[in-house]
Write a new protein. Structure first.
Length: 63
């Protein structure tokens, strides 16, 4: 299940990760760190669950 503040990739394109800013029915409003915006359906994205990717995005801090 994808929810607000999850990081996702568009399916087939892992060049840029996007943050889920809003869930509107089965559509997602996405924003990249460079302020690029996308609106895609839930079936068009892949959720990022790898902690090393989240670390690279700056969402996880090392203690």
């Amino acid at each position: 299940m994808i929810s607000v503040l999850d990081w996702v990739y568009p399916i087939g394109n892992k060049a840029k990760a996007y943050l889920v800013r809003e869930v509107i029915g089965d559509k997602l409003a996405l924003t990249a760190p460079d302020y690029t915006r996308l609106y895609l359906g839930m079936s068009e994205v892949e959720k990022i669950t790898d902690s090393s990717v989240l670390f690279e995005l700056g969402k996880v801090e090392m203690i």
